[in-house]
Design a protein around this ligand. Structure first.
Ligand SMILES: Nc1ncnc2c1ncn2[C@@H]1O[C@H](COP(=O)(O)OP(=O)(O)OP(=O)(O)O)[C@@H](O)[C@H]1O
Length: 352
């Protein structure tokens, strides 16, 4: 799926509230394409971005009282202190609730994602991690509570008319590539559909981006001809490509849903390092190139991904954020829920 106003966010096709076409392609609105061969893949949603806030200011002060969302919650929230200055907050979930039928999944989730942050969301299976990502991305609406994008409240799902002030991309767990399209078409999809770049130039850019994620010579393959790790890297390439002919690059928050699930340890490291490498520091990514990913959020169960790919963690349990702290605090936390989860013990407050 693509969000954007000509300059779009790439979200792969997947399960959410849009209408689906054969091949799993949801549609919201269409825009003229410079490639007739892509006619059946039109889908856009509006979201414009202008993020200029300074980097996050995260502090640690042991277990002294932590003011978070208006409450003093030191015992619950570990060593994380929410900065008082909110000028760099890109996404805020405030007291978000979500149920599916009788299943009350999210029960008052609150947190902020700031400019420059690399945040992990962890917690037991089924606790609503993917659900909160979809709510942040505007693919699911909360039943109750609010989502603010750059301080502006978003109502319901992202609509075609909405100017959200921030582009938000979601990389689905399954990679969600278009099965009938080649790797080149998958990665360049956004540009073929929504840019005025010549096809040849897009093709060159695709090759360059694929090389950056460690894939060479796979442009003409179909997704079915790739391994799971390769698919995830193609999905990553698709999420980071952007129109290089534009004067300004719009920043984006990228949401990764279990990007290393099912990968062997080395393939996981490759993906974790890729996630780090496309994260912008100032105006450049790790390779010194202009990029657009100013902040990202990773849902993961993988210890290596927690350690390698994120700086701050939110622990979701029974519908709430029960702990948050810097990554290095995770394994030393005395919070019983975190201790049990970090050690994988059957004994503790988390029951299966
Ligand atoms: N569209 C939906 N309709 C009905 N139930 C849903 C829907 N989406 C999610 N759920 C349910 O909500 C719960 C939370 O799902 P979610 O995928 O957010 O959990 P999770 O924490 O990401 O899990 P995991 O770690 O196993 O991936 C699950 O019980 C799931 O079955």
């Amino acid at each position: 799926m693509i969000l954007g106003s000509g300059r779009s966010i790439l979200l792969p096709p997947a399960t959410y509230g849009g209408s689906s076409r054969p091949g799993g392609f949801p549609t919201f609105s269409s825009k003229s394409s410079n490639s007739g061969s892509y006619d059946r893949r039109k889908e856009t949603r509006k979201a414009v971005c202008a993020c200029t806030a300074p980097p996050a200011n995260v502090q640690s002060d042991g277990f002294s009282a932590t003011k978070f969302n208006g409450q003093s919650r030191a015992a619950d929230y570990g060593m994380f202190r929410e900065p008082e200055d909110d000028s760099d907050v890109l996404i805020e979930c405030r007291d978000v609730y979500k149920s599916f039928g009788e299943k009350h999944i999210l029960r008052g989730v609150s947190f902020k994602i700031r400019h420059g942050e690399a945040v992990g969301i962890i917690g037991p299976s089924g606790t609503g991690k993917s659900t909160i990502l979809k709510i942040m991305a505007g693919l699911l609406a909360p039943d109750k509570g609010e989502v603010f994008i750059r301080g502006r409240k978003r109502d319901g799902l992202i609509s075609d008319e909405e100017i959200s002030g921030l582009r938000i991309g979601l990389v689905f767990q399954s990679a969600a590539l278009f099965d009938s399209l080649t790797v080149r078409e998958n990665v360049g999809f956004l540009l073929y559909e929504h840019s005025s770049m010549p096809e040849e130039q897009i093709s060159e850019l695709v090759t360059e981006i694929l090389a950056a994620v460690g894939l060479k010579g796979v442009e003409d393959r179909l997704p079915s001809e790739l391994s799971g790790g390769m698919k995830k890297r193609v999905a990553l390439a698709r999420s980071i490509i952007f129109d290089t002919t534009k004067d300004s690059i719009e920043p984006e928050v990228l949401l990764y849903d279990e990007p290393t699930a099912g990968l062997d340890p080395i393939a996981s490291t490759v993906v974790e390092d890729l996630i780090r490498s496309v994260h912008m520091r100032g105006d450049e990514d790790a390779a010194g190139k202009p990029g657009k990913i100013t902040s990202y959020v990773v849902v993961t169960h993988q210890h290596s991904t927690i350690q390698r790919a994120v700086d701050r963690l939110l622990f979701l349990h029974e519908g709430k954020v029960v702990w948050q702290g810097m990554t290095h605090e995770f394994t030393t936390s005395t919070n019983p829920i975190v201790k049990q989860f970090a050690s994988g013990s059957l004994d503790g407050p988390i029951k299966y």
